[in-house]
Design a protein around this ligand. Structure first.
Ligand SMILES: [Zn+2]
Length: 452
């Protein structure tokens, strides 16, 4: 059982760690005068920054929710770590060696203090291993062909760290065990599964994308099915939840897109790994994707913290939904979610239903950039989808169309935006705006939209 970290080593961590560097892994900070810096608080939902960081004092404080402390506390809070885990992680980041006082036994459940570092190291080595297989092994041939067929060259595959999981089923396990990793580390990290005859590789015969945190560290993988005899039917497999991988908090490509998102105040959300690659290759360097899950409130919060511009969130988030039903449902869901976010949300729809990767293959890089530039506000996209159900040449249908459309207006809580929307409905349907206003007044929402 590990003892407590020696006090003087904790003190050393406090002195060496730069609080602004630690916070900036999660939050965009700007200068706030007097040597202090501020950004959007990661601990409560806010639109104007009240989260202050003082590099000279090594502390942070939020005037909105009252949270505050030093770098150790910050990491504890944002990553859900214990005090000791937080000190260990900071020490590892800054290359500080910790000493433990073995005479004092730690209370509470047993825990491997180095677990996170070990799992990150295992993932780093796994990514390296998969990458070598993709580049040079006969097993990787199918993967190399796929990369080429999708319009990517070797250097693009290298930039994104693409790899290939061998078909044999035990290659990665024996590689990592040869490097000293235990069975538990490989299964807990999601790299291996336990079968009747021992461990086997979690990913077999699949094309691999390492999923990196904002800091660039590999925390998981996305894996595409390549062979018909693959016993796992799913086209895409992702790392399941592990101590270092939480899919609700991961955006693929964010490590590369982050700076560009911050400087251009724009983020593009696409649906797959190849779409992120296609966008970046085409010059849309703000593209990210969720990994095996729908875009959720936590993803929105992460983007908002990066998009912070001066005192307010002024960025644009552009979704490339395809026109299909799932895409439209996702749009409707976003519409009912965070209003501030919704107001900044745009949709870029390719008329033929092509995703960015297919579009780039068919029409080249410029077409991808044009798709993003052709974005329309989310509310207009939702309105258009609603109106397609009606024949607007018929008077009775126009009335029904107005009735349903004003229901959308009720989801808008920002009253200044409501009037604008009502006018747009009137124009699109071809009725007088007073008639739309009247319907809107009479409209009683069946259920109050849930505030997230
Ligand atoms: Zn706060």
């Amino acid at each position: 059982m590990a003892g407590l970290i020696k006090d003087e080593d904790i003190q050393l961590v406090r002195e060496r760690v730069r609080i602004d560097e630690v916070v900036e892994q999660y939050v965009t900070l700007r200068n706030a005068g007097g040597g202090s810096r501020k950004g959007l608080c990661p601990f409560h939902d806010e639109k104007t920054p009240s989260f202050n960081v003082s590099p000279s004092r090594g502390t942070y404080h939020c005037f909105g929710c009252g949270e505050g402390g030093d770098a150790i506390k910050f990491l504890q809070q944002i990553e859900g770590l214990t005090f000791v885990e937080s000190v260990e992680r900071l020490a590892a980041k800054y290359g500080l060696q910790l000493r433990y006082d073995e005479s004092v036994q730690q209370r509470g459940p047993r825990r491997d203090p180095q677990q996170r570092q070990r799992l990150l190291e295992a993932h780093r080595l796994a990514a390296e291993f998969y990458s070598t297989v993709l580049q040079s092994s006969p097993d990787g041939q199918a993967g190399r062909q796929f990369v080429t067929d999708r319009g990517f060259d070797q250097s693009a595959a290298g930039t994104f760290g693409m790899g290939f999981a061998p078909r044999g089923g035990e290659e990665l396990v024996s590689h990592l065990k040869g490097k000293g990793f235990t069975d538990d580390e490989l299964t807990i990290g999601g790299l291996a599964s336990r079968g009747q005859r021992g461990l086997y590789d979690r990913f077999r015969g699949r094309l691999m994308w390492p999923i990196r945190e904002m800091t660039g560290e590999v925390v998981g993988f996305g894996a595409r099915r390549m062979f018909d005899d693959d016993r796992i039917e799913a086209k895409y497999l992702n790392t399941s939840e592990t101590p270092i991988y939480k899919k609700s908090q991961v955006l693929y490509g964010l490590d590369m897109a982050r700076r560009q998102i911050s400087s251009s105040s724009q983020a593009v959300v696409v649906e797959g790994y190849t779409d992120v690659m296609a966008c970046h290759q085409a010059g849309v360097r703000t593209a990210v994707a969720t990994c095996g899950t729908a875009f959720g409130e936590e993803h929105a919060r992460i983007l908002r913290r990066i998009l912070l511009d001066h005192d307010a969130f002024r960025g644009e988030v552009i979704f490339t939904f395809d026109g299909d039903e799932a895409g439209q449902r996702a749009a409707m869901k976003a519409f009912e979610g965070d209003q501030q976010f919704t107001a900044q949300t745009y949709v870029a729809v390719e008329p033929r239903g092509m995703d960015p990767c297919d579009l780039r293959l068919a029409d080249g890089d410029a077409a991808v950039r044009e798709l993003v530039a052709s974005r329309i506000p989310l509310y207009r996209f939702v309105l258009e989808n609603t109106l397609t159900k009606y024949d607007l040449d018929r008077g009775d249908q126009r009335i029904d169309a107005v009735r349903e459309s004003v229901g959308l207006a009720s989801a808008i809580r920002d009253k200044s935006k409501t009037e604008e929307f009502l006018r747009e409905i009137a124009t699109r349907v071809g009725v007088d705006v007073d008639q739309v206003r009247e319907e809107h007044r009479r409209h009683k929402p069946a259920t109050k939209p849930q505030r997230i």
